[in-house]
Ligand binder design. Sequence first.
Ligand code: ATP
Ligand code: PRP
Ligand code: MG
Length: 281
Amino acid sequence: MLRIAIPNKGSLSAPAIEMLREAGYRQRRTEKDLTCTDEANSVQFFYLRPRDIATYVGSGDLDLGITGRDLLIDSGAPAEEILELGFGGSVFRYAARPGTVTELAELADRRIATSYPGVVHRQLAEAGVSAHVIRLDGAVENAVALGVADVVADVVSTGATLRQAGLEPFGAPLLRSEAVLVRRSGMTGNGAVAQLTRRLSGVLVARRYVMLAYDVRVEHLDRASELTPGIEAPTVSPLHREGWVAVQAMIARDDAQRVMDELYEVGARAILATDISACRL
Ligand SMILES: Nc1ncnc2c1ncn2[C@@H]1O[C@H](COP(=O)(O)OP(=O)(O)OP(=O)(O)O)[C@@H](O)[C@H]1O
Ligand SMILES: O=P(O)(O)OC[C@H]1O[C@H](OP(=O)(O)OP(=O)(O)O)[C@H](O)[C@@H]1O
Ligand SMILES: [Mg+2]
């Protein structure tokens, strides 16, 4: 039975559970449940602190995990990403009071407060800078006002927390993170892992694409197909009307309205976009 670590709390927990449900897996009934066994799919889920997930997977005690790229890097555990999951996006940045520290070169000998010391040590080592890293559990933005640090290094999503603390980000982001599926480094995939990965990829495709269908006159088919090339090629079927064909192709959801407008201009009619509920490409 495949054993998989899922975030039990925090930003990644609800979207991870929702994605697994969409992929057809049974999930815990209450937020207090520590494990959930899906007998039909031969998978057991363990609900763990997101920060600990790479450790369990890196040690080989669990086969797979869902965590943030930043948490994976911070852990230093021997685990690797196998799939980006498209939620839990954030950037990781340095910030300080305006006019105090404004570029990475000025970090030398500064006190940096962070909940991600592994990420910060790695960046400092790459830059060849020596600074004092102070590990805090959370609310690190307060550390500057309280005199504990000169700089913070933290997850930034909307930037509202930094603004509220009177801090400004500086320098390039240390990394861009999102939720990822991880396995132990170098572990060769087996059938069960491949099946779960295919199911999750299927959810991503179903979320990112819609199925477009339309009718078009044969002489306009080439121009219409350029707008809807599909994954391999569009499916073209004869219509029971001389000179017309029916076309089907997947297109990016974000682009659907523009493509439908342009298809109409090209002469396509009965243009329908439908949600994809599941798929295997
Ligand atoms: N606004 C956000 N705040 C914190 N983490 C976020 C945010 N958006 C995405 N994330 C990602 O979520 C993961 C951190 O999750 P974690 O559960 O440890 O912290 P959290 O969501 O802040 O929860 P808590 O602080 O309540 O424990 C990281 O991968 C981080 O990049
Ligand atoms: O850019 P924003 O949209 O403001 O989001 C980023 C903030 O959210 C998180 O804090 P959280 O509320 O999880 O508190 P914590 O620091 O105690 O983890 C994170 O640590 C930042 O402080
Ligand atoms: Mg937090």
